[in-house]
Write a protein that binds this ligand. Structure first.
Ligand code: HPA
Ligand code: ZN
Length: 331
């Protein structure tokens, strides 16, 4: 068994993966055709090209727009887990970002029910479990964020189908020019109703924005959190408080062009600084990644041993929102 094979087979947890970003290219083309949605090209090697986070988001939004019916979401959830299970993923907390669909008239209840149905079917087949995190899309503004959380709270109160799979809320999309504090109402509402909280920050924003996410919005985890390395004092605090970060090194290179090569990524500095820095793919289908490759490439680039990688995988369990008994069983 090579290190790559061993890391592919190693049971892994993933906490930063956008379900829409796992959509198989062939499924994108099929759904777009059925929805009568023109694609700029049906050649996915051309479709999935971008040179910055904002350019990437345009492609991501196009992929999202192909999802129109409850069955589309079910299919996405099903294929997503099948593909991840093939690379050793045993548990995930997957983002979905419904702002675009809600604005177009979809019901959150249909999206949650569809996704949940697909995830459950794949779980039966593979044993790989996936829970959900409903992400606020910053591009739609603070009041759309509050409305989504209100919707989610209503579904929970009604015991709507599949809503038990939604553990909490997050926030993604563009960071540039957005003050995370403007989303405080949505986060406060989520906290009041017992929802867990995370958020994308520090992929394209300074460390002060990361501090705001945690201290003002009450986020329990930070997605990306890269710019933390620019503020050693804040980094020391995050290490001491064991605030989890969901880092996606290959995505940072392929999506944001943040570093020339994987070897230039600050992931080892984050680990060495004592941060609970987990390893994740972000948008694997759109970036041609999988979690096995993420582990193998990081091990190679930073000369990590198999045991180092097992420690990273175990940090994923620690950083997860699994109940204690389930987390213990996974270890
Ligand atoms: N950053 C922000 N928003 C996103 C991303 C990301 O990496 N992936 C999907 N939506
Ligand atoms: Zn992300």
């Amino acid at each position: 068994l090579t290190l790559t094979e061993a890391l592919d087979a190693l049971p892994k947890v993933e906490l930063h993966c956008h379900v829409e970003g796992t959509m198989r290219p062939a499924t994108v083309v099929e759904l777009a055709t059925r929805a009568g949605l023109p694609l700029p090209t049906t050649d996915v090697t051309e479709l999935y090209t971008y040179n910055s986070l904002d350019e990437f988001l345009t492609v991501f939004w196009l992929v999202q727009s192909t999802l129109t019916t409850r069955d589309d979401w079910a299919r996405l959830g099903y294929e997503s887990v099948l593909d991840a299970a093939a690379h050793g993923r045993v548990y995930a907390e997957l983002f979905f970002t419904p702002a675009r669909h809600l604005a177009a008239g979809s019901a959150l209840g249909d999206i949650v029910a569809g996704l949940s149905e697909g995830l459950a079917a794949a779980e039966t087949e593979t044993g790989s479990v996936a829970m959900l995190i409903a992400d606020v899309d910053r591009a739609f503004g603070p009041s759309a964020g509050v409305a989504m959380v209100e919707d989610l709270v209503r579904l929970r109160r009604a015991g709507a189908p599949g809503v038990e799979r939604v553990l909490g809320v997050g926030m993604d999309s563009t960071e540039r020019g957005v003050d995370p504090a403007s989303f405080a109402d949505a986060y406060r509402l989520a906290a009041r109703h017992g929802l867990r909280r995370t958020g994308h920050q520090g992929e394209n924003s300074p460390p002060t924005a990361i501090a705001t996410l945690v201290d003002v919005l009450g986020a329990e985890r930070v997605d990306h959190g890269l710019s933390l390395v620019d503020d050693p004092e804040l980094m020391t605090r995050f290490a001491a408080e064991r605030i989890p970060l969901t880092v996606c090194p290959n995505s940072n290179i392929r999506i944001a062009n943040a570093f020339p090569a994987l070897a230039d990524h600050p992931y080892p500095a984050m680990r060495a600084g004592g941060l609970l820095a987990t390893l994740n793919t972000d948008d694997p289908a759109l970036t041609d990644l999988d979690l096995g490759y993420e582990y193998a490439s990081v091990a190679t680039a930073f000369d990590y041993s198999f045991d180092d990688m097992v420690a990273i995988a175990l940090d994923g369990v620690t950083a997860s929102w699994l109940p204690d008994d389930d987390a213990r069983a996974l270890r």
